[in-house]
Design a protein around this ligand. Structure first.
Ligand code: FAD
Length: 453
């Protein structure tokens, strides 16, 4: 049995009514990292996960460069490298008329193995959670899996803990409660902690269909055009899928993650069967002149056909409070998808999940000063810093997401980029350093790279 296939021993279950410094709800990458960072900071942490490991998470499975410093810092990188994975050295972008441009990731980062991986989340999340279990228990905390948080407890609007039970149905086991001065919401796009904070305590909107994206994923074996365990991942803005995109991300030798993503409000505008991402994907694989050929000899991995949602971090037009939406309050901070931080251009969410996870431990929560409850002022500081750190790149990615809808512009841009080295280099910079995306909006850049022959 491989390192990521067996059960994870999470140790003994804390008694009903136990207190901790920090409770983390959700054991995905953001929750596992938040639990680890807070435990490394000396806190007694309770990490709670609803599922029992190993568990699947629907995703494109790309773990980009931004994630890797955290993955390394937490001691998970070596674990990842010992299991089957794909090393991403470039990204191929394809436009509606069949033009493609291959954007290389910076070679030095690739050599230092900092460019990016892709591997099934079944594996990656398992290793993040397993490592978190070690770190949390060594620091005197507890980890429980198969425990569904159903209620988030508050005292006059300040979050003070959670309650729930083991098993999928309430009748399966008695309700248990746990308390802490800080609860971290890391339960993904339907996180009960985020819902309580945003809708329950502050009566603000939790979801916005212009900023939520539907995603559909399948695993396929033997897809044409991929070879070995190193190379490009591919994103195609093809006619039948725009305003969404079609991706092909190899995850290990011989296996490719194939999927489609589209903003939910755009998906609703599609007609009839076209609303279904699954049906769109089937059409592309069976009928698109390029992909039909590449899937000629391919086989689907049965059971892998699943959909999920991505809460984007794009700025809301008139946010009721903080951008992209409220992510903290008295007694609570949210991280990753629970704080709606997915990149609206690339669909990457793991990196921002890990960045926000670290922020909860390093700057804001002090278990001695905040033992009476994590204060509202610190929550505001966290939200301001979160947007200060990620706001620019999320805003730029949102602009890019809008641009790809213009088919003619994309056809022309990709065609030109494939012929013009300078534009390829600029795209590399943009992928490696989101700040460099700003270049795209500078008049000098537009003049030099697009208008000049
Ligand atoms: C189709 C698709 C493709 C994507 N592709 C990529 C990609 O290639 N690269 C990338 O970086 N990102 C990608 N993303 C986004 C990425 O999957 C998320 O941003 C990422 O999973 C966020 O991690 P998280 O830990 O915040 O939340 P999650 O991974 O959603 O983890 C939340 C955890 O909380 C648990 N939980 C939920 N409710 C409760 C409860 N009540 N009690 C206890 N536990 C609970 C869940 O079981 C889960 O384990 C994609 C998303 C989709 C849908």
């Amino acid at each position: 049995m491989d390192d990521w296939e067996g059960p994870i021993d999470t140790g003994s279950i804390p008694e009903d009514g136990s207190s901790f410094d920090v409770i983390v709800v959700g054991g995905g990458p953001s929750g596992s990292a938040a639990a680890s960072y807070n435990a490394l900071n000396g806190c007694k942490v309770l990490l709670i996960e609803k599922e029992v490991w190993p568990r699947d998470k629907i995703c494109g499975d790309a773990v980009g460069g931004k994630s890797l410093s955290h993955v390394k810092e937490l001691g998970v990188k070596e674990m990842v490298e010992k299991t089957p994975h794909f090393m991403v050295d470039s990204i191929v972008f394809g436009s509606a008329n069949g033009n493609t441009v291959q954007v290389m990731l910076p070679q030095d980062e690739f050599e230092k193995k900092m460019a990016g991986y892709s591997l099934p989340r079944m594996q990656f999340d398992y290793m993040m959670f397993k490592r978190a279990t070690e770190i949390v228990t060594e620091a005197g905390g507890s980890v429980i899996q198969g425990f569904n948080v159903k209620e988030v407890l508050d005292n006059e609007g300040a979050i003070v803990g959670v309650s729930g039970s083991f098993g999928k149905r309430s009748s399966e086991s008695p309700t248990m409660s746990f308390t802490a001065p800080l609860t971290i919401g890391a339960g993904g796009y339907r996180c009960p902690v985020a819902t309580k904070l945003v809708e329950g305590v502050h009566s603000e909107p939790m979801r916005d269909d212009d900023h939520y994206c539907g995603g559909y994923r399948e695993y396929w074996e033997n897809v044409g055009g991929f070879d070995g365990s190193r190379g490009p991942i591919e994103i195609h803005f093809i006619d039948e899928v725009i305003p969404g995109y079609f991706w092909l991300f190899p995850v290990k030798e011989g296996v490719v993650n194939v999927g489609i993503g589209m903003v939910i409000s755009e998906q609703r505008k599609q007609k009839g069967a076209d609303k279904s991402l699954k049906k769109k994907q089937r059409w592309v694989i069976e009928n698109h002149p390029v992909f039909r050929e590449r899937f000629k000899e391919a086989r689907i991995v049965e059971g892998s056909q699943k959909g999920w949602q991505l809460p984007f971090g794009s700025p809301r037009k008139s946010p009721p409070s903080y951008q992209p939406r409220r992510s903290a309050g008295a007694g609570v901070m949210c991280v990753g998808d629970a704080a709606s931080l997915v990149d609206p251009f690339s669909g990457e969410g793991i990196g921002n999940g890990l960045v926000s996870a670290k922020m909860t431990s390093r700057w804001y929560f002090d278990k001695d000063n905040h033992s009476g409850g994590f204060p509202e002022e610190e929550a505001v500081a966290y939200m301001e810093d979160l947007w200060g750190t990620l706001g620019k790149e999320l805003t730029n990615s949102h602009r890019l997401q809008k641009v790809v809808k213009w088919k003619k512009l994309m056809n022309w841009f990709v065609g030109k980029a494939s012929r013009k080295e300078e534009m390829g280099d600029m795209l590399t910079g943009m992928i490696a350093d989101k700040e460099a995306q700003k270049a795209l909006w500078s008049p000098w850049f537009l003049f030099k790279t697009i208008l000049l022959p």
